[in-house]
Design a protein around this ligand. Sequence first.
Ligand SMILES: Cc1cc2nc3c(=O)[nH]c(=O)nc-3n(C[C@H](O)[C@H](O)[C@H](O)COP(=O)(O)OP(=O)(O)OC[C@H]3O[C@@H](n4cnc5c(N)ncnc54)[C@H](O)[C@@H]3O)c2cc1C
Length: 273
Amino acid sequence: MPLGIMRVESVGAAARALAADAGARFVGGGTLVVRDANAGNVSIKTLILSDGLGLDRIAVDGTRVTIGAATSMAGIAAHPTLGFLKPVAESIGGPAIRNMATVGGNLFAPYPYGDFAVALLALGATVTVEDADRSEAIDLEALLGKDRRNKPAIVTGVSFELPPAGAFRFAKVVRRKPHGASVLSIAAVLPLAERKVAGARVAYGAMAATPMRARAVEKALEGQSLDERTIAAAVKVAAEGCAPLSDPQASAWYRLQVLPVHLRRLLSGGERH
Ligand SMILES: Cc1cc2nc3c(=O)[nH]c(=O)nc-3n(C[C@H](O)[C@H](O)[C@H](O)COP(=O)(O)OP(=O)(O)OC[C@H]3O[C@@H](n4cnc5c(N)ncnc54)[C@H](O)[C@@H]3O)c2cc1C
């Protein structure tokens, strides 16, 4: 059966088309969904293209950043204000993948993918979601916690506050260098007020079925100076709430073993990427 390609004039029209046809899929860059169709997934009947919907823009308004869902990883890496996210974007696939892979698609990428979503989770990002009737802004964590398969809703963009200079940290552990899928990834925003951590947000990738917050770690860091004692306390609770899966990259057991090592390095400033 031939695969239909649909171009639409608005996000609302795309959402209506998705709602009307269980075989329709929205395409960001297509690095996953087009591969899936080409690999013979016959449940995919129609691809609805995001091109031309104006979802590939990045806006910086003071300290607020809004990134259109169809912005590519290459677009993130090249943006002058988003230098702190360059290592995250550049950790995703090789150059050909990064030219296509979008921010929106990364929120729906299956385990162990979703490295950009991990960074957005640490940044406390809000996601704008549109369906056929309405648009709403929801917390990224709430979106990641939902059953996101084949839902007729479209993410149009993500938005967050720029972190203070030097407060954002990211590490991705891979077996196949330089661009393997994650054994795990960690992103953290660690703002300091009078040398104490104030407003810590730490997120993990590949340590549960979807990117997750490391709340026990955040709690151990909050209000403390980032010294050896605090780092030891945070590392002690590193695995709380984690439920990693086993896959060709690593077993769940291995992921749990190496997480504390990489968290310690990240918090000590010795591992950024
Ligand atoms: C060789 C290779 C290496 C890769 N390496 C990595 C990696 O290191 N890290 C990583 O995180 N990922 C990796 N990926 C996975 C993937 O490329 C990225 O996660 C990418 O960001 C997915 O975005 P996309 O636009 O290509 O998604 P698509 O393939 O277009 O879509 C993926 C899913 O998301 C849905 N979707 C897309 N955009 C939206 C939207 N705006 N609103 C609602 N639903 C949407 C689609 O319907 C589909 O279900 C890799 C993939 C390949 C093939």
